[in-house]
Design a binder for this molecule. Sequence first.
Ligand code: ZN
Ligand code: ZN
Ligand code: FE
Length: 737
Amino acid sequence: MVQGVGFRPFVYRLAKKYDLKGNVANCTDGVIVKISGDTGRIDKFKSDILNFAPPAACINNIRLEDIADIKSSDFEILPSVANEKITEISPDIGVCNDCLQDLKSQLHRVNYPFINCTNCGPRFSIVENLPYDRCNTSMSEFEMCEVCEKEYLEVLDRRFHAQPVACNNCGPKYLLNNEDDIEKIINEVAISIDQGKVICIKGLGGYNIICDANNNEAVLRVREVKVRDGKPFAVMFKDFDTIKKYCDVNRKEQDVLESWQKPIVILEQKAELCKSVNNDLNSIGAMLPYLPFYYLLFGKLKTKAIVYTSANSSGNSIVSDDAFARNSLENKVDIFVSHNRAIINPLDDSVVKVVGNNIQIIRRSRGFVPKPVYLNQNIEGVFATGAELKNSFGIGKKNSAILSQYIGDLKNLDVYNFYENSAKRFFELFKFKPKIIACDMHPEYLSTKFAEKLNDKNINGNKIPIVKVQHHHAHIVSCMCENQINEKVIGICFDGAGYGSDGNIWGSEFLICDTKSFDRYAHFDYIQMPGGDKAVEEPWRMLLSYLTKYSIGNVDDLECFKAVQGNEIELVKRMLAKNINSPVTSSAGRLFDAVACLLNICSKQNFDAEAPIRLESILDKSVTSFYPFDFENGILQFGNTLNEILSDINILDASEISAKFHNTIVQAILNIALRIKSDVGLRKVVLSGGVFQNRYLLEKSIQILTKNNFEVYTNRIVPPNDGGIALGQLVVASNYL
Ligand code: ZN
Ligand code: ZN
Ligand code: FE
C-alpha cells in the first residue's frame, strides 16, 4: 500500500538525503524506484524505506534488480500515467499531528476543519474512480487556490500531491443553517452539547449523532432518535489522558487508539459515564478524535467525553445523502450541521479489541477498507457475496482480497440496497468482472440470492459458476489464509448460526480441513430452537429447550423464568414436544445464551450477543475450576454441565459460575483438539467464529492449547464474526475451480 499515502514524496526526500539520482513512479501494484549512486548510500536508502515509511504505507516486499545506468542528473517524481490497472487506494487516515499544528499556525488554515496532507485525510470515502487523483474524488468541484496549488506542486511540501488539499479560502465548509463561519459553528455546537442538546452532524463516512456522554437525559434522547434499545454507544474522548481516567488501557491498546486508523477500541471501564451509554456493561467503546473538526470542538467543550454514533436508526444503513439526512433527521435533533463535501463511499467507524497482544477486528470499515488482504494464491475474478448478518463482501484481484466496508444485516431493505449499490461500486472502482461467485450454503440468505441473481447474467453465453461455501468452513479458511496456512488443520468454529451441510443450523464445529474442503469431526449436541429466530432474541426459550432435552430442573423454581408470561412457557413446552417451528442447532452461541439466562442475567436480548456479553462481563477471572461435560460419537453434551450449574445457583456467586462455565468450554476445546491430534496427528489449531469475540474464552483457549503443544491461529485482519466470511468464501471458491 504505497499509493495515496505520501510514499513517493517520502522516497524523493530520502533520495535527496543520500544524494542518489533517478526517479520514482507508481506502477500497477506498487512503486518502481530507479536509482544510481554510491552502493553504501543505496543500502542506507533501502533500509530507511523499510524503517521510516509514512504511517499508512505498508510494504509487503521489495524486489531489487540491477539495471542499465539511467543517466539521470537529479532525482524526480514521475507523473502518474492514467493506467487502467492501478487499483490501489488507501483507507481514510486520521488527521496527523503536523496538520493539528498547522491548524493553529498556518495562516490560510487556521481552524480549517478539512485540513489534511499526504500523511493524513480522507481517501476511500471520497474516491469515485481510480487512479486516486483529485479529479476522481468529491474534491473535484473545489478549485485549489493559488497557495494550495503551490503546495500541491512543491515536491518538498508535505502537501505535495495531497489530492484533497484545501484551505479556508478554497475548500469545503461546514454549514449550520446558513452559517458557514467555522468558529461560530464550533462555538454553537460546543455550547449546545454542554447544555445537554443532541446534535446531528456530517462526518467523514456518514452522518453522526453526538451529545455529552455525561448527560443521561441527552443520551436517552439519542437512543430515541436511533430507536435503539440497549446497545452500547461509542464514546469519543478529548484525549488519551481522559480515556485513562475512564478505562483501563494497556500499552497495546494505547497504540491502537492512537494509530492512524483511529478505531473504536473496546476497553474495560473503570469510572462511570452516565448509565445509558452502556447500560451497566463493564466495557466502553472508546475512540480519539480523527477529524480536525473534533479537535476544534473539544477545544471549546467543557465535557471531555461525547457519545459518538452513526445517525441511522438501528438496523438501517449509514446515512450519507445530504437531502435524506436533512429530511429524516433535522427535526429530531436540536442542531443539524452539514458540510459540502460529498461522501462517495459511506463508511462506519471500525471497532476493534486487543486480545493478548493482538488486535481483533469486530467491525472492519473506516481506516481498514479497502486495504487488501494479501494471499499466497491467485483469486483473480472471484466475487464473494458474504453472509447475511454483519455482511461484508469481497472481490479477488490477483493475490489480493479486497473486502468491502461493513454493510450490515441484509434483511433490512435499506441495508440490502446499500449492499447491491456497494457491490456495483466495487466492480466499477476496481474494474472487476466476476468470473466465479462464492456464496454461503444457506438457501435463504439474501447474499445467496444475490449470487443467484448475478449468476443469471451471462458472460459470453455462459452462466457465471457459483460455489456454495459452508459457513463455518469459510470462517476457518478466513483465518487460515490470513495466516498463510495451506495444510490441513484443526478448525474450531464457535458461532451464532450457519447453515450446515446436513441442513441443520450449525455453530460449534470441530473441523479437520484445508482451504478447499472439510470433515466435521465433532460438534455440540443438537438442541431445538423453539420459535426459530425468536429463540435467539429470547434466551429463556433456549434454556427451556436445554432443560427439556436433558430432563433437568424444575422451571417453576427458577428465578429466570419469573419474568416470562406463564402461558408463553406452556406454549414453548408444547412447541418442543410436538416439534413445531423448532429447528435444531449445534450453535455454541445458543448455549452461552441459555447459561446467561439460567444465571438470570439476560432472558431477552436487546442487541446482538447481549446475553454472552453480559455473561462474560460478570466473570470472576480468578476462578480456575470447571464443570463436567460428555463426549460420545462426535457429540459434546452439556447436560451434566447445566445440572451442576443448577445445583451451584443458590450456593455460588454468578461471577464464579460464569467463570466455571467458560472454563468448561475451554476444557471441551482442549479435549477434542487432543483427540484429533492423537487420531490424525494435526497440531495447528485455527479458531474463528463470532463466539471467539469473547476475550476470556479466546485468551484461555489459546493459553491451554499452546501449553499442550498446539500452534494456535486467530483472525487479526478480518473479523472472526460474519464480517470475515467473504475472505474464506473467496479462497474456498477459487480452490474449487
Ligand atoms: Zn496531515
Ligand atoms: Zn486553498
Ligand atoms: Fe458466522
